[in-house]
Design a protein around this ligand. Structure first.
Ligand code: FO1
Length: 316
């Protein structure tokens, strides 16, 4: 799109939904005009390895090596290390493929040598030929912890994978967010971008950790009129993951309008799916412009169409 040439676009990202959006976005604009700010609240330390699921999902997707069946991990993966681990009775519920383990080994080694997560992420993205500037939300550890209605604190992956998010949640916290700093250049990227997209990721566990870090919400509020959030809730539920259920459990309605309400202080425009067009009025009453289009990204062409329509609408 000629009117976007030379413009900078920042995208706030969780995992699978954000990666699909980015795959479409890079068909519409030059990859090197895009910065992806990625949630690291889902990160975990396992088998002594530093694992960053959302960063890897974004990089593997943009590198065209994502496992198309799961939306995470690599295609043509082998599982021999996991088989060995199972044989020993080790922790094997978090499935790390043989190829994927190489990424975690490299990241863990580089971090132990003193590299920052931003630096290692840049190195990994470069090896995959990813032109998008992928940056973690912070180089400091911030961990998403969910507290169940029975009062038990769970690390995010324990909740999400081990328990298959089949447990009722009372609250969510982002351990370490009070002292964490945004990654270098993150705030200036937001302040200097022409357009800021909030990907259709889970607002409570993928985008909220990013917003919990001091300075990020303030920077977005300054840019509110150029911030466009895309609803991950379509027809009352998320296409993937527990967002709909989590919204209900934490006292929100599972609807596009409820997500718009969550983002109303940082976003000036909200994109909803055609099936939710009856919610337009409620969203406009919250003070947001509302774009209605097909938001279901079944493939990268449809994701590109979503980006193109959004940019055309905001250009008027
Ligand atoms: N998701 C699963 O449902 N089961 C797994 O065993 C699993 C392993 C895994 C390994 C590496 C990685 O980068 C992602 C992995 N995921 C797995 C996905 C991950 O739990 C979620 O997609 C995100 O954390 C939520 O955005």
């Amino acid at each position: 799109m000629t009117e976007l040439v030379g413009k900078r676009i920042v995208v706030l990202c969780g995992g699978v939904g954000a990666a699909k959006l980015l795959q479409g976005l890079v068909k519409v604009v030059a990859p090197n005009s895009v910065t992806a700010i990625v949630n690291t609240g889902d990160d975990l330390s396992l088998h002594g390895l530093h694992i960053c699921p959302d960063i890897d999902t974004v990089i593997y997707t943009l590198g065209n090596e994502i496992n198309p069946d799961t939306g995470w991990g690599l295609r043509d993966e082998g599982w021999r290390a996991m088989d060995m681990l199972a044989m020993y009775g080790g922790i094997d519920w978090f499935r790390l493929g043989d190829r994927d383990i190489g990424t975690h080994l490299f990241r863990t080694q580089r971090l132990s040598e003193g590299a920052t997560l931003s630096e290692v992420t840049r190195e990994i993205a470069a090896k995959w030929g990813v032109g998008v500037n992928v940056i973690p939300m912070s180089n400091d550890p911030v961990r998403t912890i969910v507290t169940t209605v029975r009062g038990e604190d769970l690390n995010f992956q324990d909740y999400f994978v081990r328990l298959a998010h089949d447990v009722e949640i009372a609250s969510i916290k982002f351990q370490g967010h009070e002292t964490a700093h945004p990654a270098p250049e993150l705030i200036s990227e937001i302040l200097e971008a022409n357009i800021i997209l909030v990907a259709p990721s889970n607002p409570l566990v993928s985008i909220a950790p990013i917003l919990s870090i001091a300075g990020i919400r303030d920077a977005l509020q300054k840019r509110r009129k150029d911030v466009i959030a895309i609803s991950g809730i379509i027809g009352g539920k998320a296409l993937k993951g527990p967002a709909g259920r989590l919204l209900n459990e934490l006292g929100y309605e599972a609807s596009a309008a409820a997500v718009a309400e969550i983002y109303k202080d940082i976003a000036g425009t909200f994109v909803i799916d055609d099936v939710d067009k009856h919610e337009r009025m409620r969203i406009q009453e919250l003070g947001l412009n509302c774009i209605i289009t097909d938001t279901v990204m079944t493939n990268s062409t449809k994701a590109a169409d979503l980006c193109r329509t959004t940019f055309e609408e905001i250009a008027g």
